[in-house]
Design a protein. Structure first.
Lengths: 427, 693
């Protein structure tokens, strides 16, 4: 079994014998709905990367108070506590096991900013525990998970917002208003593009660092020895992120495509891609071209080494019967120019953690209305990139039956719509 | 064991066949994949999947390669091949690949290879394929049995579910629960009897997991025992069985035929369930499936000891309640609710979009309590009810400070929503309100565009009555033109004409004229009022070279005679009258003559003015253009371009009486056309009489 063998077996035995119900056992109290002027009490789960950006923004936001932090790495939640202290002057408690956060009655809502692998289950467990949930994108890695997230949100009456913060950014709202107002006619094609995945090569298994709960980091994913490459570069692995950029930036950008064209379910998808620079063993591809067919509209996704449409390294373009519109987080441009606003330059993006999007979530927690990026919509914006990833893997054109959330006439492709959760975790 | 022997034999045959029949470059590509050159490896990674089944036996040994990158690369290629052969219609290849992968599970294989096999097999195993080698591993030590369980769950077929179900009796309780959780997601009826047996397990966690495995089907037969199990359990297992019971009732409710049972169970859980989370779920589902009779029970839950925690679930349940009786029950209950609940209810009433809630929403909008007032206004906006427009517009216009911006944003959304649902009168009012609130040009234009698109007579009254002369003169010319057109189309030509008259003095720049032409150009007489010259005698085409530019004209500019003919090679060219059908007077020359590239043609017309005056020639052309007025060149632009309105301008003096205008249009390649307007020197419309055929 090698140097990891003992701990691996020890875990499995422990899991098998003692942790039956670990995956579905909310034991804490459901929190009361915050009043109009009460700060929403939140916990942030996942304190590295995007999580740390959320923490910085949330600590400074009077609409909320961080009452708990959680990360599988003690060093990360320790640093997060320091950040909250520096920004807001108080120290929330930190936990290595996120379930301890769900147990707490002083947590109204959780922010999930972990690797993608955990998004669905933490969201579902949060809903079951009576918490509202802000979950980073992508919502899910599989279609089955996305649907289960929506069902959990609805079954327990929770507010669940996806971290597709562009829904709350004025530049996109204005651009979408122009499109929906008919400024470029009927949109018949749309395209989104971004740079490549940073796919790593090679892996060196190492002992699990002190203070890191590697088994919890893996969660529902298959067990594998610790390696710093997985821990730090998880986006290259299929077990933790199905697609890399296509399910990372792809969700943000396809979300805007859906918003613009007023559709959220493709009729078909096909894709090609590869790692042509040498990362032959990588699961997620560097370069990808995907084509989606929507009713009355073709949509493309481009992921390239140097990608500068209109001088932009990423963005979304819409082509209509009477004009075109390009938009990214900084600006939008309408062609041909005419009455109205041909060009709009918005506020520069200060952080990926968007306070307007946070506040929309908090408002909805208080009023119990659906948020700007409700999980159903967020799931569908995630689904399109996920389907592209399946088309990449199955290497064929797939016809999507959106009503049943199945591929038509391709049962083998349908196997990619779900993944097995490692016991004891389950949906 | 028999099966494993068979698959080993199959693989041996495959190896032999591959060695004998495979093109030699498949072997070279496999060597490349295992070689040190990363670029060559990437190339092999790309090409090998196209080799299909023949590459499989050559790749399998690489799975245990000591260099993880090479092992992964081989795995990736095998995944690609497995996916390719799993496409419909490739059953023979698919079975061969499945056979090859199955050899990885042979007892003598190391665990690491077995694990690789368990990751690959779910891609390719066809329906009806013997799964016994996988099922055998369900009895292995914990690491491997978990991988086997995961593989069968991902295979997902009835056969796979049956294999898992068969293993239940032999598994220890912990693994039984894991298997049942897999079966819950696989949703295969074949496993239901075995899962039902597990409801009798002595182990609470297994009984709870069995509830999960059965719930998806919503079979009424299982409900009594599941309810018993739930009543027996405590703690975490109780939550799991309760959650399963919610799923079961949800599925039964969706299937229909058991409405009373579903509501009875849900009501009991909503009232008595000790697990607060399960109780919350029951309250939500009660709203989805019950009727107005559930309202008192739900209110009691919100008012009880756990009320604050259950309130979100109660509200979600109320929101899901349907029908007029439920609406009346909620309205009856509303006055007695606490203010915080009332505020949430007002927003919820609005989201229901039901006119029955309109009165309470309007009353809420007049409340002194700012939280209630804000909630009522939010509710009115969310309702999208046309009857809410007046209240919302009045509120928005009365708002000050920060509230004004919020009201404007809300009104903007509402106006668009009204428009989308075809409530044009309400949309017109909302857009007008938005116009009054607008603090920047973009918002004003947005509002004006909306008013133009919603030209109900009442909206005209509002527009005309509300916009004073000063305000009107500040409107963009394009917007005025749009109003005029909308009024004309709505059957109000008199006021349309009134607007046009107000507009005419302002049409002195190209953007304004372009907008006016866009909206009004197709109306009789309008393009003439905008100075468009649309009627021309045309003659052409002569060969012409872009390199030579403008040379001596083929037509004498000082003595044009439309009865004259010309010779170009063997062709005799004669003048022909042409009236442009385009609102902007575009004269289309492409396709009119046999020559379509490297050629030129002429257009001639006459205009009459009452007295001598200074004027301006405004022309656009594709490609070059030269214009003579009364025999004198006033404009010349040798250019290769597409045409647009007013690309070139040049002064010209017109004489009292008839003025002769000759145009030479040159064609390099591509499109070929021109358009021309005559205006006053400042660009304002010029009145003149045109030539007729």
């Amino acid at each position: 079994m090698g140097k990891q063998g003992i701990s691996r077996r020890a875990f499995m035995v422990r899991a098998a014998m003692g942790a039956f119900c670990a995956a579905s056992a909310p034991r804490g109290a459901t929190a009361a709905r915050p009043g109009p002027s009460d700060p929403v009490r939140i916990a942030v789960i996942g304190n590295g990367g995007m999580g740390s950006r959320h923490i910085e923004a949330l600590a400074a936001n009077p609409e909320c108070r961080i009452t708990a932090l959680s990360d599988v790495a003690i060093s990360r939640f320790t640093r997060a506590i320091e950040i909250v202290d520096e920004v807001a002057g108080y120290k929330p408690p930190g936990f290595q096991d996120f379930r301890r956060v769900l147990d707490r009655s002083d947590v109204d809502a959780i922010f999930v900013a972990t690797p993608d692998n955990w998004h669905p289950l933490m969201t579902i467990l949060g809903c079951q525990a009576g918490k509202d949930v802000y979950v980073e994108k992508p919502a899910c890695m599989t279609i089955e998970e996305g649907r289960a997230m929506v069902e959990a949100a609805r079954r327990f009456g929770r507010v669940v917002q996806l971290g597709t913060q562009q829904r709350s950014m004025p530049v996109f709202q204005k651009a979408m208003a122009l499109i929906h107002g008919g400024r470029i006619g009927r949109v018949t094609t749309a395209g989104a593009w971004v740079g490549v995945n940073g796919v790593g090569v090679g892996e060196t298994p190492e002992p699990v660092p002190r203070g890191l709960d590697w088994d919890m980091w893996l969660g529902p994913a298959p067990w594998t020895p610790f390696s710093p490459q997985r821990f730090g570069g998880w986006m290259g692995w299929h077990d933790y992120a199905r697609g890399g950029e296509v399910t990372n930036w792809g969700v943000h950008l396809m979300d805007i495509v859906h918003w613009g064209i007023g559709q959220d379910a493709p009729l078909s998808v096909q894709a090609i891609g590869g790692n042509y620079r040498g990362s032959a063993g990588a699961q997620n591809y560097e370069v990808i071209e995907a084509i989606f067919e929507y009713p009355g509209c073709n949509v493309t996704w481009e992921q390239r080494h140097t990608n500068t449409h209109a001088g932009k390294s990423y963005g979304i373009s819409f082509q209509g019967t009477e004009g075109s519109l390009f938009v990214d987080r900084g600006s939008f441009v309408v062609r041909p120019e005419g009455p109205g606003i041909p060009e709009f330059v918005g506020e520069p993006e200060r952080s990926w953690a968007n306070t307007d999007h946070h506040n929309n979530f908090f408002h909805c927690i208080r009023t119990r209305q659906r948020p700007a990026a409700d999980i159903e919509q967020g799931f569908r914006s995630t689904a399109a990139p996920v389907l592209a990833g399946i088309a990449l893997k199955t290497r064929r054109k797939l016809v999507w039956d959106a009503a049943n959330e199945r591929f038509a006439g391709d049962e083998e492709a349908n196997r990619h719509l779900a993944r097995a959760y490692r016991a004891p975790w389950h949906l | 064991m028999h099966y494993v022997v068979r698959t080993v034999l199959t693989l041996s045959i495959l190896f032999t066949l591959a060695a004998a029949a495979a093109p030699s470059d498949t072997g070279r590509l496999v060597q490349q994949l295992a070689g040190p050159d990363h670029a060559a490896r990437a190339q092999a990674r790309q090409l090998l999947p196209y080799r299909g089944v023949e590459a499989v036996p050559l790749l399998l040994p690489l799975l245990s390669h000591e260099d993880a990158e090479i092992s992964w690369a081989a795995t990736r290629v095998l995944e690609d091949i497995a996916n390719e052969v799993s496409a419909p219609g490739r059953e023979t290849d698919r079975r061969a690949v499945a056979d090859a992968f199955m050899t990885l599970l042979a007892p003598e294989q190391p665990d690491a290879l077995k694990e690789q096999g368990l990751r690959l097999l779910p891609i390719v195993v066809p329906r009806g394929y013997p799964l016994r080698p996988v099922a055998v591993l369900l009895g292995a030590e914990p690491v491997l049995r978990e991988k086997a369980r995961a593989a069968l769950r991902e295979i997902g077929t009835g056969d796979a579910a049956a294999s898992l179900a068969d293993a239940l009796d032999r598994a220890d309780p912990a693994f039984q629960a894991d298997i049942l959780h897999a079966l819950a997601r696989m949703r295969q009826p074949v496993a239901q009897p075995a899962a039902a047996r597990m409801l009798r397990s002595a182990e609470p966690a297994v009984r709870a997991a069995a509830c999960q495995a059965l719930a998806w089907q919503g079979s009424a037969d299982h409900l009594p025992r599941m309810a018993e199990v739930h009543a027996e359990l405590e703690g975490a297992a109780r939550f799991e069985s309760g959650e399963a019971l919610l799923r079961q009732l949800e599925a039964m409710g969706a299937r229909g035929g058991h409405w009373r049972r579903v509501v009875r169970h849900l009501s009991r859980m909503a009232a008595d369930e000790p697990d607060r989370h399960v109780r919350a779920g029951a309250l939500v589902l009660l709203g989805r499936f019950a009727d107005e009779t559930a309202v008192p029970l739900m209110l009691a839950a919100a008012a009880g000891e756990d009320g604050p925690a259950l309130e979100p679930a109660v509200l979600a349940g109320f929101e899901a309640l349907q029908g007029p009786a439920a609406a009346h029950a909620l309205l009856d209950a509303y006055p007695a609710m606490a203010p915080s609940m009332q505020a949430a209810m007002l927003r919820m009433f609005g989201r229901k979009g039901d006119a029955r809630y309109l009165d309470v929403l309007k009353a809420g909008a007049a409340e002194h309590d700012p939280a209630l007032r804000e909630a009522a206004l939010d509710g009115l906006a969310a309702s999208r009810l046309p009857e809410a427009a007046d209240v919302l517009v009045a509120n928005a216009e009365a708002a000050g400070g920060d509230a004004r911006a919020g009201a404007a944003a809300s009104l903007r959304e509402l106006a668009s929503a009204y428009e989308a649902q075809g409530a044009r009168d309400a949309a017109g009012k909302a857009f007008l309100g938005l116009y009054r609130l607008a603090e920047d040009e973009e918002a004003k234009l947005f509002a004006l565009e909306g008013i133009k698109r919603n030209p109900e007579p009442e909206a005209f009254e509002v527009v005309m009555g509300a916009l004073g002369a000063d305000e009107f003169s500040a409107l963009p010319a394009d917007a005025v033109a749009g109003f005029a057109r909308a009024m004309h189309d709505a059957g109000d030509p008199d006021r349309a004409a009134e607007l046009v008259e107000a507009l005419m003095p302002r049409l002195n720049d190209t953007a304004a004229v372009k907008g006016a032409i866009g909206h009004l150009g197709s109306l009789p007489g309008m393009r003439e009022r905008l100075g468009v010259v649309a009627g021309w005698h045309l003659v052409g085409a002569w060969p012409w070279s872009f390199a030579n530019g403008f040379e001596a004209p083929h037509v004498d500019p000082a003595a044009v005679d439309v009865a004259q003919t010309y010779t170009a090679g063997d062709e005799t060219l004669a003048w022909q009258w042409h009236e442009s059908p385009s609102p902007d007077g575009l004269v289309q020359l492409h396709g009119r003559y046999p020559l379509i590239e490297h050629c030129t043609a002429y257009a001639y017309t006459e205009v009459t003015v009452p007295e001598d005056c200074e004027a301006q020639v405004r022309a656009g052309s594709d490609d070059g253009i030269r214009v003579w007025v009364n025999g004198e060149v006033v404009l010349e632009n040798h250019v290769d371009r597409g045409a647009d309105l007013d690309q070139d301008t040049a002064p010209a003096r017109l004489r009292a009486g008839v003025n002769r205008i000759l145009v030479q249009s040159t064609q390099h390649v591509g499109g070929w056309n021109f358009l021309l307007r005559l205006t006053q020197p400042d660009g304002a419309p010029l009145e003149f009489e045109r030539m007729t055929p």
